[in-house]
Design a protein around this ligand. Structure first.
Ligand code: LLP
Length: 420
């Protein structure tokens, strides 16, 4: 359920006509709905609340906009971060440091220190080498790093290969058959407080079975650590729950997920941690765009050329991802078209041979389900600048990220004097 619906024949974002947003802020522009974000946060929480001790950390990578993070903070979510930049953002948005979890295979010494200085709640360690380094840095600084060891359960998540993370040939986590011995070794190091395990096998999962298998494997190593006299108080089950990208598509709901987690983790006696991103933000955002022109080559499918491009929304070009595309003022007429952006490569294609609302130059349309992994993956390729972002709240609308113009970007560039 989202708050981007037709009213009297035109698309609204909550109570604001999208046409008004285009007029005020220009296009392309991402629009986020506060009510939708809050609804998704609450549905997710309600699905997991019966599990008892839980910790919810919004995956900042899915949508790091400060206003979005603030909504999540107000909903009682902490943050899952994967870089010093995301850590700084989460703190800037008011997330308490103890609610922040730091994941990622490549934390630098500097980022480790940044996390320790901030006093974050947990580091998810992805290798023994990383654990040893973190121990040394924490010990030297007279601090303790609270840690979970991320395991790689060697499970195929059944999603796109570029967003799978739980197969043994993926770079993430430590092999699960070595995890217990490694955990016990790391627990001996000064500076580290090993408190549990973490697992995350991939994103946009449409089937709960691989998650269930992964969680069962984690349950087994929790018991093994305890039987070796070790302590486990936290297990981080990651994110990964998929969302519908096509109208009418059915995916497991947060409630289905909650029931599965309850069944598998029964008796674990730990604080269960979650890192949802897409399931919260995905359908809480759209990318509003204007048709520049419709290019008709005789006997060929027409190209609808929009002013958004692969630099603004990279998912179709990167993963062949589908985003529903709807006219802001549909006439009821339909057409079959290829939807493309203005960037000079063929990869700048949003859809081929798609049956869409009939559109002409100057019409507005939206790419749906663009609230997660949308603006955050934008680039300035073709010197197009960075796309603007707004948030609506009932009948209010506010800019939450200015459009960054090409001239702002090249202002940071220099021509050395020896080229004069
Ligand atoms: N936790 C960890 C350790 C992760 O690596 C991720 C996502 C998440 C949580 C959040 O996963 P979610 O609940 O959003 O599925 N750019 C890709 C998605 C990359 C996901 C990376 N990791 C896309 O546009 O589909």
């Amino acid at each position: 359920m989202d708050h981007f619906q037709l009213r009297n024949g035109e698309l609204y974002a909550e109570d604001v006509p999208m046409a008004r947003i285009a007029e005020q802020y220009g296009t392309p522009v991402y629009i986020y709905s506060r009510a939708t974000l809050e609804r998704h946060a609450r549905v997710f929480r309600e699905a997991l609340q019966p599990l008892g001790k839980i910790h919810l950390a919004f995956a900042v990578k899915s949508n790091p906009n400060l206003a979005v993070l603030r909504v999540m903070q107000r909903e009682g979510f902490g943050a899952d971060v994967v870089s010093g930049g995301e850590l700084a953002r989460a703190m800037a948005a008011g997330m308490p440091a103890e609610d922040i979890v730091f994941s990622g295979v490549g934390k630098t010494a500097r980022e480790m220190m940044q996390g320790l200085d901030a006093g974050i709640g947990q580091f998810n360690i992805e290798s023994e080498e990383e654990g040893v380094e973190l121990a040394r840095i924490a010990d030297a600084a007279g601090r303790t790093a609270h840690c979970a060891l991320r395991v790689n359960p060697d499970i195929d998540a059944g999603t796109h290969e570029k967003i799978s993370t739980g197969k043994s040939d993926n770079k993430f986590g430590v092999p699960i058959d070595q995890a217990v011995a490694m955990y016990m070794r790391l627990a001996e190091l000064p500076g580290l407080d090993m408190r549990g395990f973490a697992v995350h096998i991939g994103s946009q999962l449409s089937d709960l079975k691989p998650l269930e298998l992964a969680f069962e494997k984690v349950g087994a190593i929790v018991s093994q650590v305890r039987s070796h006299g070790g302590t486990v108080t936290h297990v981080d089950l990651g994110g990964g729950l998929g969302v519908p990208y096509k109208a009418g598509e059915k995916l497991p709901s947060p409630a289905d997920y909650g029931h599965m987690v309850a069944r598998v983790t029964k008796g674990w006696d730990v604080t269960l941690m979650f890192e949802p991103g897409r399931v919260i933000a995905g359908n809480a955002g759209v990318l509003l765009t204007e048709v520049i022109r419709v290019k008709r080559n005789s006997n060929r499918t027409p190209f609808v050329v929009v002013d958004a491009a692969m630099n603004d929304l990279a998912r179709p070009a990167l993963y062949g991802a589908w985003h529903d595309f709807d006219a802001v003022k549909p006439t009821g007429e339909k057409m079959t078209a290829n939807i493309v952006g203005p960037i000079c490569e063929t990869g700048d294609t949003f859809a081929m041979e798609r049956n869409i609302d009939a559109l002409e130059a100057g019409d507005l349309a939206v790419f749906r389900t663009a609230g997660a992994y949308g603006a955050t993956m934008a680039s300035s390729y073709n010197s197009r600048g960075f796309v603007a972002e707004v948030m609506v709240d009932g009948d209010k609308v506010a800019s939450v990220a200015d459009r960054i113009l090409p001239e702002d970007i090249y202002a940071a560039e220099r021509v050395p004097e020896w080229l004069d």
